[in-house]
Write a new protein. Structure first.
Length: 77
């Protein structure tokens, strides 16, 4: 991934909490932290976190994968 690359340019969310598309939605703007699998609680994505996105779509028994992309959040200069 290079500076200026455009991906996941919008949040696609549903009404069910399991279909929320951002940390901001998942934590209700930081008011309700989520618990990670390691037991740590988080309200926002932090510096040095790695974010991985992967997607697929399925219709009429046909499934198409869109691959996976990862990026590390580096601190602002």
């Amino acid at each position: 991934i290079e500076v200026g690359d455009l991906y996941a340019s919008g949040t696609i969310s549903g009404s069910d909490p399991k279909s929320f598309g951002s940390m901001l939605e998942l934590t209700w703007r930081g008011q309700n932290p989520i618990q990670l699998s390691n037991g740590q609680e988080r309200k926002f994505i932090d510096d040095n976190d790695t974010v991985t996105m992967k997607a697929w779509a399925e219709k009429d028994g046909v499934r198409v994968g869109f691959g996976e992309v990862s990026g590390k959040i580096i601190p602002a200069i």
